[in-house]
Design a binder for this molecule. Structure first.
Ligand SMILES: Nc1ncnc2c1ncn2[C@@H]1O[C@H](COP(=O)(O)OP(=O)(O)OP(=O)(O)O)[C@@H](O)[C@H]1O
Length: 280
């Protein structure tokens, strides 16, 4: 759906702000939680990312936007090395998480993926109970204490705004939940390993408008404690929920900036053409 720059002005003006945002220094001025420096990425001979340098401040939401095939998901997956599982890929440049080079040889990739969790477009719960889905990560990490597991499960479901709906049926199959509930369950599952960063690849694209609104509210709540990087095709959604937006085109980062500025006064003509629906 095409939206004019004026339309985006209305969306960003209606945006919610946290009470602390008026008194604490802008997160945009603190040390980045994630930083990529001159990142190139190749699938075999084909280059998917070109010289991408981008910083994501802590406790903020960064939206990645751009037309299909521009490299958003590839970029997202470089942030917790999920691309490692694809054969014949190569990366040049650096990705730092809290200043640490995550591609350095001594990095424990399992520990990295706990710290930098991921939620997919259509996350599918395991065919297990609601409780076992959320307890899965902590159990794999060696947690056996039933009381601690109960606490983690409750807290993660609370944070994912699902606790009230499921607290009386934790032993039911997760597959009996609605699509929107399953998506929040998968967010709870990601939160159970106590990450600092959540990567979300179109987390609401398969959901109805009411469930989408719940996920958007949830992202707003979560950014108080987590750094969130989200891929979305929905421009209005990016304008509503993110603090900063990065626009990708053909593997290049064309423009990144505060969301209000990027959607109401983009610096690049290509950004304006894309967000107003002239292509893509
Ligand atoms: N596993 C893969 N093997 C080879 N090429 C790939 C692979 N995954 C992605 N690509 C290619 O890399 C480029 C970027 O793809 P990517 O999925 O990152 O784009 P995207 O912006 O997330 O697209 P979409 O919005 O459609 O999900 C595309 O040309 C795509 O064909």
């Amino acid at each position: 759906m095409a939206t004019t720059l004026q339309g985006f002005t209305q969306i960003v003006n209606r945006k919610k702000t946290l009470p602390t945002e008026d008194i604490t220094p802008s997160p945009l001025k603190t040390r980045p939680m994630i930083e990529s420096c001159n990142l190139d990425f190749f699938y075999g001979e084909s280059q998917a990312l070109f010289d991408v340098s981008l910083q994501v401040p802590p406790r903020s939401v960064m939206a990645l936007i751009g037309p299909s095939g521009c490299g958003k998901s590839t970029y997202l997956r470089t942030l917790n090395r999920m691309n490692d599982i694809i054969e014949d890929v190569r990366l040049e440049g650096k990705v730092l998480v809290e200043g640490i080079d995550i591609y350095a040889p001594q990095i424990d990739v399992v520990a990295l993926r706990k710290k930098v969790g991921m939620v997919f477009q259509k996350s599918i719960p395991f065919p297990k109970s609601i409780f076992d889905n959320v307890a899965y990560g902590p159990r794999i990490a060696g947690q056996r204490n039933k009381n601690i597991l109960k606490e983690i499960v409750e807290q993660s479901l609370e944070r994912a705004a699902l606790w009230k709906e499921v607290k009386d049926r934790l032993n039911d199959s997760a597959l009996a939940l609605s699509g929107g509930q399953q998506q929040r369950l998968c967010i709870a599952r990601a939160l159970a390993t106590n990450p600092d960063v959540l990567l979300m690849d179109e987390p609401a694209s398969a959901l109805d408008p009411a469930s989408t609104a719940r996920i958007e509210d949830l992202i707003f709540e979560l950014k108080q404690n987590y750094t969130i990087v989200i891929v979305t095709h929905n421009m209005q959604q990016a304008a509503r929920i993110s603090d900063e937006t990065a626009f990708f085109f053909e593997g290049n980062l064309i423009e990144v900036g505060e969301t209000e500025q990027l959607f109401t006064n983009p610096k690049e003509k290509k950004t304006e053409d894309y967000i107003t629906g002239r292509f893509g």
